[in-house]
Design a protein around this ligand. Structure first.
Ligand code: NAD
Length: 341
């Protein structure tokens, strides 16, 4: 069964492509390589074997190209839509670029699939839609609040676009609100490959440990948390990839109870920045050069998921440990170094 994976050469998309293939699906990848590298395609093949893995370098803002794609690939039964720009800071600097890329691409995809019978749609949403949530853990019925950045706002608006479209058409969709994906495939063939300065903690840690970055800044050590640093819900990217396939199967097997279902995807456990650093140092034997810096605007003190709904309804639970996630990220970073020497 053919499944379109947009943004399939990106961090989460590439791991999901591997998982789809393992479960017997035939992914077709669209990516414009704006935040990824064509070498990821070979990394995926190194894991799954030299199979036929269609890849189309298409910018989803190109309406004609998107329509031509769906006219060519007529057997597609589902879409997992990862493609988006995701740097929070950049979105504050350049909001129009974010609204354009993240929403135009979504609209063009939806325009092409709503007329197709039984098409299934999975969307990469984010815990940013909860804004500065006051009650922990965050459940799916926690109120959505104004996100702290234009990036976050694109996720809230995208959810509304999908909801409205599903109400007016036959579209069935699942919105997955991810918490903090980290780690890499155990083969170290694919992982998180940020272009430029990493925006996320773990790639910054691994790049500092390997010597690409001089020093890691920990933003704030005076938060009302046990050690003063921010607490987040870090989920292994392969657990997240598996959640996508389970969600897709819920749609394909017609198990959904609403036209649009929403699930938090996290571990349900909060971990502080300092705990991440200490665990990384313990399992890799690397000493990290880090310093405390001022709080970063827009960061909340604590955010972690209530995973009851995803555990019970999807029958999915994160199984990998923080240690596994950090050691896979480190193996991936070391593998990258070997490629560049
Ligand atoms: P990523 O940047 O690694 O992957 C996104 C991919 O989409 C990239 O390969 C990029 O080249 C591609 N892309 C972007 N715009 C495109 C366009 N117009 N046409 C075609 N391809 C395009 O990001 P990721 O971490 O894998 O995130 C995937 C999705 O999950 C995104 O929608 C992101 O907002 C969401 N998300 C990510 C996180 C996280 O922390 N990584 C958390 C919550 C939600």
């Amino acid at each position: 069964m053919q499944i379109l994976v947009t943004g399939g050469l990106g961090f989460i998309g590439s791991h999901t492509v591997v998982e789809l293939i393992h479960r017997g699906y035939q992914p077709v990848i669209i990516d414009n390589l704006s935040n990824s590298n064509i070498e990821v395609l070979q990394g995926i093949k190194n894991i799954v074997g030299e199979i036929d893995l269609p890849f189309e370098q298409i910018d989803l803002k190109d309406k004609l190209a998107v329509t031509n794609f769906f006219n060519t690939y007529t057997d597609i039964k589902g879409v997992i839509h990862f493609a988006a720009s995701k740097a929070v800071g950049e979105s504050v600097q350049n909001p129009l670029m974010y609204y354009d890329n993240n929403l135009t691409s979504l609209i063009y995809i939806l325009q092409n699939i709503v007329s197709k019978k039984d098409m299934k749609f999975i969307f990469s949403s984010s815990c940013t839609v909860y804004g500065q949530a006051e009650v922990m853990p965050i459940t799916e019925i926690s109120p959505r609040q104004k996100p702290v950045s234009p990036y976050g706002n694109t996720k809230t608006i995208a959810e509304d676009i999908i909801n409205d479209t599903a109400m007016a058409t036959d579209l069935q969709a699942i919105l997955l609100r991810y918490f903090n994906p980290i780690g890499a495939h155990s083969s170290a063939e694919i992982g998180e490959l940020p272009l430029g300065v990493p925006q996320n903690l773990v790639p910054f840690i691994t790049q500092t440990a390997i010597g690409i970055r001089e020093e890691l800044s920990v933003f704030g050590n005076d938060y009302p948390t046990p050690d003063g640093t921010c607490v987040r819900d870090y989920i292994h990217v392969m657990d997240l990839a598996e959640a996508h396939v389970v969600a897709l199967e819920r749609l394909l097997n017609k198990k959904v109870s609403q036209k649009v279902e929403v699930f938090n995807v996290g571990t349900g456990k909060g971990t502080s920045v300092l705990e991440i650093i200490q665990t990384f140092e313990k399992i890799t034997g690397q000493k990290l050069n880090y310093k405390y810096a001022a709080r970063r605007e827009g960061d909340t003190a604590i955010a972690y998921a209530d995973t009851t709904k995803v555990n019970e309804t999807l029958g999915w639970k994160a199984t990998r440990t923080l240690e596994e996630a950090l050691s896979s990220a480190w193996n991936w970073q070391e593998n990258q170094k070997q490629h560049t020497i």
